[in-house]
Design a protein around this ligand. Sequence first.
Ligand code: FAD
Length: 298
Amino acid sequence: MTALRGRLRESVPMARYTTCRVVGPAEWLYEPADAADLGAFVASDTAARPFFWLGLGSNLLIRDGGLRGSVIRLHRGLAAITDLGNGRVQVDAGVACAKLARWCGQRGYGEAAFLAGIPGTVGGALAMNAGAWGGETWAQVESVTTVDQHGEQHQRSAADYDIGYRDVSGAPDEWFTGAIFAFPSGGDPQALQAHLRELLAERARTQPTGIASGGSVFRNPPGDHAARLIESAGLKGVREGGAWVSEKHANFIVHRGEASASDIEALITRIQQQVETTHGVRLTPEVRIVGEEVASGH
Ligand SMILES: Cc1cc2nc3c(=O)[nH]c(=O)nc-3n(C[C@H](O)[C@H](O)[C@H](O)COP(=O)(O)OP(=O)(O)OC[C@H]3O[C@@H](n4cnc5c(N)ncnc54)[C@H](O)[C@@H]3O)c2cc1C
């Protein structure tokens, strides 16, 4: 068996690995050294199943009972960006989207600017078809690399996937290890840096920053905005335990470290019920709720 070179830890509280900052633990957490090491881990008897793939945890609510099996975090080991020329960029799945946006901005690849607003990894952006300011991840993807549950690597083209709004399907039981993006080249790097700064300042004006949250809680229903529906149902500022609906942006649930996952989940349910009663619209969570309930309750 190939010797594993990554970092394996048992019973790891996940608060510092998710932007929601709640404490449900991972039974095992593995951070592979690189793509080959990732394949070796997945294929090994050391790896407890099931697997859960973690980016920067910016779209996740891990329940208080935590995640069974192996959580695989790519951010440390799968971190390379390679310029293939003419706007083609090969990126490992663990790279932070904001880093890729800055890197592309310096080379004049302006279509990558939207990635600056996504506080996750490239792997998470591929899994979610993350988007902002009119840009979407898969609009720029040429091909992806994946690993399957036996540790085998695959290369797939964008055409192998069905892509929708925050929704990606195709190649089940495979997870992203990287992508080749094809960005139109020829932008002015200085103008792009200034544009990025403006976009981020606009975001800081309209969304809560410096406080724990999982980003937009609900998907926007067709032709409307979840935030508008929540606000007009009178839910801004409403609390469950330590969590509350942000006063700045009603589609964010925030807390200052005192909320449990069950507080946040209870608030999600309450918002769904209230919005349905007021507007007749059932909101669907965008944030992914995973893991086990605590048996004794909260
Ligand atoms: C303040 C804030 C602002 C946000 N703004 C936006 C925005 O403007 N637009 C937007 O689209 N999103 C936004 N988000 C949500 C989030 O950043 C995106 O969904 C992001 O793509 C998640 O990436 P991640 O690496 O953090 O994934 P995680 O949250 O770690 O995981 C999300 C899902 O992707 C899966 N996944 C992760 N990595 C892989 C992989 N390598 N292979 C297969 N599956 C994988 C996970 O299993 C999980 O199901 C925001 C979040 C926050 C906290």
